[in-house]
Design a protein around this ligand. Structure first.
Ligand code: XIL
Length: 357
């Protein structure tokens, strides 16, 4: 294969010529020997995506450059969530999301929408909303259909419902369950389908890799939807994982998703290193290599287990380590992504390419 031939040639050249090291928290990590002009998505048999931050896209040329060069699918990290798009009952704010969609379409990238329904990131007008079940149903339907209609023909797919289950497999007692009952999930999918007959509809969640109860509950919901004719096209595995997650658990989660027969999206991949919450953690070569091995395993398992027709792609949750949500979430330094804070490639970058071979 032509690309591969040049890749081999360039690897030796780049490794010798490149003396720049990745700087992370005071230590250095060897950059992977990959040709500088490699474009990640061109090395992959399926779409390779990143979630993106609108502000960084607008203000940081390195960030924008990496997204443009390396990925062919994007997800808005926050700009399409309820609170961002629908800040007041009669006000929709499209500016940021439209900016991303216009950018993606003019650069030939797929847009995956995230997310129409979630228990959090809600504006106060929703959390304070008082109305009977008809008024709540109208609120839910209006939001979903206004958003899906606005992006019709531009957004390829939606995470229709995000994180509806608890880790023990029970339904999360969200504001939606409280006001609309457990079958609101099915109605979200129906409302989205009514607004756009072509857009792909996904159920997205986390924890399939560590909770058998949760992945079983999700598989049961999907089987139930199919038996009732509720439209659903895909399953999103977020895969916010730790580098110590076992390969067996990763395979089990991907197997379960593939067995649904739906399209499978690894939708929010990051591989964190610091569940011990060491406040002084630096990225050593050893840790970067262990992280790379886990990235490689995820890609390999996905590519091996999921039939090509079901491979919707892999999306990392943001681009560079400085942009990751993980340090804020776990309140400890971390380095979860394939690029460092200077947007230099880490060992994980090459591992993703190797995993797809
Ligand atoms: C996170 C974003 O990365 C943060 O910037 C934001 O403050 C909170 O949400 N699961 C999801 C994503 O489905 O929407 C979350 O994104 C991360 C966990």
């Amino acid at each position: 294969m032509k690309t591969y031939f040049f890749y081999i040639l360039a690897v030796g050249f780049t490794a010798a010529a490149c003396s720049k090291k990745t700087s992370q928290g005071g230590t250095t990590v060897q950059p992977p020997p990959v040709a500088v002009d490699t474009m990640l998505y061109k090395m992959m048999p399926f779409k390779m995506g990143a979630s993106v931050n609108v502000n960084l896209m607008k203000t940081n040329a390195s960030y924008n450059g990496v997204v443009t060069k390396e990925y062919n699918s994007i997800t808005a990290e926050n700009a399409m969530k309820f609170g961002a798009l629908h800040p007041a009952q009669n006000t929709f704010f499209w500016t940021d999301a439209d900016y991303l969609v216009d950018y993606a379409l003019s650069n030939g990238k797929r847009v995956h929408g995230h997310t129409l329904n979630w228990y959090t990131s809600l504006p106060s007008w929703v959390t304070n909303f008082s109305g009977d079940s008809t008024a709540w149903e109208d609120l839910l339907k209006t939001h979903i259909q206004t958003v899906v209609t606005h992006f019709k023909g531009k957004v390829s797919s939606w995470d229709v419902v995000n994180e509806a289950f608890n880790d023990d497999g029970t339904l999360r007692n969200s504001i939606w369950v409280q006001h609309l009952g457990p079958d609101y999930i099915a109605r979200c999918f129906q409302y989205a389908r009514q607004a756009d007959s072509a857009v792909l509809l996904f159920y997205n969640d986390y924890g399939h890799e560590y909770s058998s109860a949760k992945r079983t509950a999700i598989a049961n919901m999907i089987a139930n939807f199919k038996s009732r004719g509720i439209p659903i096209d895909g399953i999103g595995l977020q895969f916010h994982i730790t580098y110590t997650q076992s390969d067996a658990n990763i395979s089990t989660a991907i197997n379960m998703a593939a067995a649904t027969g739906l399209k499978v999206h690894i939708a929010e991949l990051d591989v964190r290193l610091n569940d011990a919450k060491d406040q002084g953690l630096v990225l050593t070569q050893t840790l970067a290599d262990q992280q790379a091995a886990k990235y490689k395993y995820v890609v390999k398992a996905y590519n091996t287990i999921v039939p090509a027709a079901q491979q919707y792609g892999i999306t990392t949750w943001n681009v560079g380590d400085a942009d990751s949500w993980v340090p804020g979430w776990l309140k400890a330094p971390d380095y979860p992504l394939p690029f460092d804070r200077n947007y230099l490639r880490k060992p994980a970058y090459r591992a993703i390419i190797e995993g797809a071979k």
